[in-house]
Design a protein around this ligand. Structure first.
Ligand code: ZN
Length: 332
């Protein structure tokens, strides 16, 4: 298989983890911010997480640098455009990017300005390249809860017009879902789809809760249902999409190594596995590399890849028309 030319779909990609190092340098100059270095390779090294971190928390420190420059509408629009551009240039046909608007308010931007800027960048890329996209709005579980409803209300104005879903991200504590029932209920009442990071650091009970309490339609990672019957059954019986991010899962020690990743077993058992980048820069990867790694390591055939691609189409929050287009892409 030529992994570069294959059509690809990325459903799990964080905006702040996918910024080009050179863009950090450019934006820091424009904004008169000083960086530890203006050498692109040094900045790249500061952004890439080690092959294996001590845990997810260490991995998450790699987002500090990009977030410093992502506090203006201009920066957000540019970075959004470039993520879609980079993906389009490796034949990603559909990309769902997620980010937490509340991480971009430190210089006074409103939530409305923040969402408008990233959607504008995405739409500019959609006009320039053969790619479609949508945004997912994240809440970090470690944040105070006072502005969550504001994010939902401002985001709802963009539903069907660049925003499609609601997500909970960041450090994963046992039983976290119980604290967010009212918020995901509110988001769903406004028309948001729901995907939840669960079963990455935490156990399969979090996945079961995400499905049963928060009505998640997809789960970010979900690895630890492998040894939790309730979580596994919730995913299997409800055909919940699993957003697998192979390189990231090794870096954060969600799995010991790629060989022991349960993606192949899940695939063979008929779960709706998808392959995604998580963070193009922080995980130092591309969709081409993620697909290649999984296909080669697990000896997947072109037909296996087609099934996984079609899982991504089915599980995406794209419109009916875009889904039809994406199905055509793999059959050409
Ligand atoms: Zn993630």
């Amino acid at each position: 298989m030529n992994f570069f030319s294959l059509p690809k779909i990325d459903l799990h990609c964080h905006l702040d983890g996918s910024v080009r190092p050179q863009t950090i340098i450019d934006l820091a100059q424009i904004q008169s911010l000083s960086l530890p270095s203006n050498n692109v390779e040094v900045v790249r090294e500061l952004m890439i997480a080690p092959e294996t971190c001590s845990d997810l928390t260490e991995y998450l420190t790699r987002f500090d640098l990009p977030l410093q420059v992502m506090q203006t509408e201009h920066a957000l629009e540019r970075i959004s455009y470039e993520v879609f551009e980079d993906a389009a240039k490796e034949n990603v046909k559909y990309l769902e990017v997620r980010f937490a608007p509340l991480l971009h308010v430190t210089q006074g931007l409103t939530i409305q300005q923040i969402i408008a800027a990233v959607v504008k960048g995405m739409k500019r890329a959609e006009r320039d390249y053969d790619i479609h996209g949508n945004y997912i709005l994240c809440i970090l579980r470690t944040m105070t809860k006072e502005r969550i409803n504001e994010v939902i209300e401002e985001g709802a104005k963009w539903l069907g017009n660049g925003v499609q879903a609601f997500d909970l991200a960041g450090a994963e504590l046992p039983g976290f879902c119980h604290d967010f029932i009212e918020y995901t209920h509110y988001a769903r009442s406004k028309g948001f789809h729901v995907t939840i990071h669960a079963g990455e650091q935490g156990d399969g009970q979090n996945v079961q809760d995400a499905v049963q309490l928060l009505h998640a339609e997809r789960v970010g990672h979900g690895i630890h249902i492998i040894n939790h019957n309730g979580g596994y059954a919730a995913v299997k019986n409800n055909r919940i999409g699993l957003e697998t991010c192979p390189s990231s899962n090794v870096q954060t020690k969600a799995v010991n190594d790629l060989q022991s990743h349960p993606a192949k077993r899940f695939y063979e058992q008929g779960l709706a596995i998808t392959i995604n980048t998580d963070n193009r820069t922080v995980s130092n990867t591309t969709m081409t590399q993620e697909v290649q790694k999984v296909c080669e390591l697990f000896s997947l055939s072109a037909e296996d890849y087609r099934i996984i691609y079609l899982n991504s189409v089915e599980q995406s929050f794209a419109s009916h028309d875009v889904k039809n287009y994406l199905r055509q892409c793999i059959d050409e």
